[in-house]
Design a binder for this molecule. Sequence first.
Ligand code: AMP
Ligand code: MG
Length: 499
Amino acid sequence: MKKTTAVSALKAGFENSFAALPQKFYDAAMPESVHGAVLEKYNQKLGRDMGFNFTKETPGLADCLAGNLVFSDAEPIAMAYAGHQFGNFVPLLGDGRAILLGEKSTPDGKRLNVQLKGSGRTRFSRGGDGKSPLGPVIREYLVSEAMHGLGVPTTRALAIVSTKEKILRPDGIHPGGVMTRVAPGLVRVGSFEYFAARGDEAAIRMLADYVITRHYPEIFEKKDCYHQFFSAVALRQAQLIAKWMQLGFIHGVMNTDNTSISGETIDYGPCAFMDYYDPNMVFSSIDTMGRYRYTNQSAIMKWNLHCLGICLQSLLGKTNEEAMDVIDAVLAEFEQEFLNAQKIGMLKKIGIERPWDQDVSLLGELLALMETQKADFTLTFRYLADHVRQNSNMTMQFQRLFNAPDAVAAWLKSWQRRLAEENSPEVIREGMNRVNPLFIPRNHRIQKAIEDAEIKKDFTQVHLLAALFEKPFTQQPEFTDYAQAPAKAERVTRTFCGT
Ligand code: AMP
Ligand code: MG
């Protein structure tokens, strides 16, 4: 495929601090030109927040986001990284189908990386084509924007381009897609592992200094700044995983190369939100052992952080022993922070803001009922808010979530008695509705949006879902159906990487 050489008249206002690092951190990488590119979706609001004054119609924008042209101030590169994939170390991964165009400083003082995904081969592509089918582009756009709406730290999605390229995958031929991803940080645990595998201590220090300056500036001047840095990364990850858990989100590929140093959810592959509650839920077709199942996510993150700690060893102590003590202490902090955030967050979901000791078992009883009765995770918590008044009867919509509602009625009574000690019903209800969404990116809806777009070139569902996910906590009467769990026959229980 032809590499793009043409430069657009469009300027994005990019700086390129990563490209200013030594050459071994990346490789220069021009996108490949594509035919039949259509800018299907441009996230105008995100663009505006970033300080772009583009609209979907801005001449040259579609070609820049398709990779047919490059912004005049872009310095396109593919970043080098390694990673543990399903526990196995791969010393050379890197951006095989992503190209970083540059960094944009936003009017509100953030600094965001702008990256094309699916725009062709780079030095890191190995056997891959560097492209993406349209389906995974749509999935990432919708799910990452939904996560933002749900208040979860995440990379964002600026645009979807469809192409007339034929993308060959094991399940057939798909139309092509290019996504524009926006991320505060793209350095991963795997970025450190890349240099650790090469014994390059100087590069590890340089990379640590780079991310500290950029993402943790408050600790730069501190005496034990690398220890503090490691600890800050661990705390952000603990809070992140707790948020995923509270929404029933399963990332699906928590490899170390998909674990961000700046603490956002990154790399939406075969990810999914569970419909009915099952603590052992796995969606990803490649996760055959359930390594990344719902309840294993915090343990896996701890393992990934251990990998990071080992890379930072020489910065964490004068001797190996000293460094290992720091690593152990940080991993213990991670665990404590996760358990705490998870407890507070889950109790908020049942309306409890001032926990008592026995509240954890009250919550456990509800989860056990949900599990045995396969109740919908999202709707159980959302509809629970209709029952905060003592002795209020079970609503039909809540009752329908359970196949043996009588057992739940008994639980409701003890919960209502507990809530009477908490706050006024109005305040509790409002609080619950702020943390329990009505709309999540349900698999079957995402699947339908992808099929309509791939097969019929119809993006109606993509636009509709994107709008809906901007306000996932707000009732939107015209879209009630979109809040509902899928009927058994509609359930999508397997998700695929598709890359
Ligand atoms: P991911 O599944 O996004 O975590 O990707 C794992 C690794 O595979 C990364 O190094 C990607 O850049 C690479 N990769 C995934 N899909 C492709 C593709 N279609 N072409 C080239 N490299 C790819
Ligand atoms: Mg990845």
